[in-house]
Design a protein around this ligand. Structure first.
Ligand code: DOR
Ligand code: ZN
Length: 345
């Protein structure tokens, strides 16, 4: 049995660092484990310009303090009014690594998202031409579609025509949760990849109702049934370069989760690598962990691999019941349980 695993320093290809006091509280957790991260732009107001992304990147670095070695990779939040020229300039200047597509009203702070992807022609043509990845929250927003089916329906109705119409557009289907999404990404004759969160690998939808309503297990896309969790697990450990790590760590203050209308999002950053490595260990696939955590994402984005290593050690580690106080009090993923692994740094 392997009790100690050293891998190239990994990256997080999908994270919400928030802003203000929450940013100050959570950024260190991502920077501790990851060299770089793709920073989600769903602030209020959303990050839709070069100026806003530059300022946000500075706030992230300020929150981390002097000497931080973490690199935030910024994204532009697409709206119906996004100007392709702004994207092209932001990409050329090294401000925007990618664009995030939220279908309007799909999730937290997505009210300014895209109402009709067909209206994005100029934007998508530009991104395809300059090789700028499109990061997609892949759920339809039609309320008549069952919430557990919204990802699979998106794959069929939106993603399938999208890859046909833009054959060279780099796409990352974010936080996949279904067998349908995993199969599409694995098989498509297209430059497409997917991120996978720890929660979609470790728990299924029963966790939402385990002895009562469990708001800390609620995220979007919502957890699915067991067969989907198993399919997503197989994709993650398969060694396919199309699947890589993206935590979707999404902190909400405890009162906003434990509410009559609780926010979607799971804060998994403090024990992210511990959670992932447990999955690869359980699947007997520790040999494919480094590719998933530290290589596939960078290669897909066309970025260099990180220097340096991190080490994970099999150990009993109690995840605290909560982290922070007041307006930054958050309940971490796996709270009150044994993480099973320790991040040594
Ligand atoms: O659960 C989620 N939380 N899913 C998202 O897509 C957004 C995120 C957030 O920003 O809280
Ligand atoms: Zn997200």
């Amino acid at each position: 049995m392997t009790d100690r695993l050293t891998i190239r320093r990994p990256d997080d290809w999908h994270v919400h660092l928030r802003d203000g006091a929450m940013l100050e509280a959570v950024a260190q957790h991502s920077a501790r484990q990851f060299a770089r991260a793709i920073i989600m732009p769903n602030l209020t107001p959303p990050v839709t310009s070069i100026e806003a992304a530059t300022a946000y990147r500075q706030r992230i670095m300020a929150a981390l303090g002097e000497g931080a070695t973490f690199t935030p990779l910024m994204t532009c939040y697409l709206t119906d009014g996004t100007d392709p020229a702004e994207l092209e300039r932001g990409h050329a200047e090294g401000v925007f690594t990618a664009c995030k597509l939220y279908p309007a009203h799909a999730t937290t702070n997505s009210a300014h998202g895209v109402t009709d992807i067909r209206a994005l022609t100029g934007v998508l043509e530009t991104m395809q031409r300059i090789g700028m990845p499109l990061l997609i929250h892949g759920e339809v927003t039609d309320k008549s579609i069952d919430i557990f089916d919204r990802e699979a329906v998106f794959v069929e109705r939106v993603l399938t025509p999208l890859v046909r119409d833009y054959p060279g557009l780099k796409i990352v289907l974010e936080h996949i949760t279904t067998a349908e999404a995993a199969a599409f990404v694995a098989e498509a004759d297209h430059p497409i990849a997917a991120t996978i969160t720890p929660q979609h690998l470790l728990i299924n939808r029963n966790a939402l109702f385990d002895g009562g309503l469990r708001p800390h297990a609620y995220c979007l896309p919502v957890l699915k049934r067991e067969k989907h969790r198993l399919a997503v697990r197989q994709a993650a450990v398969s060694g396919s370069p199309r699947f890589f790590l993206g935590t979707d760590s999404a902190p909400h203050v405890v009162g906003a989760k434990e509410s009559g209308c609780g926010c979607a999002g799971i804060f998994n950053a403090p024990f992210a690598l511990e959670a992932y490595v447990r999955v690869f260990d359980e699947e007997g696939a520790l040999d494919t962990f480094e590719g998933f955590a530290s290589e596939h994402g960078a290669r897909f984005y066309g970025l260099p691999l990180n220097e340096g290593t991190v080490t994970l050690v099999r150990d009993d580690v109690e995840v605290p019941a909560s982290i922070g106080t007041g307006e930054t009090a958050v309940v971490p993923f796996l709270a009150g349980t044994n993480a099973g692994w320790r991040f040594e740094g």
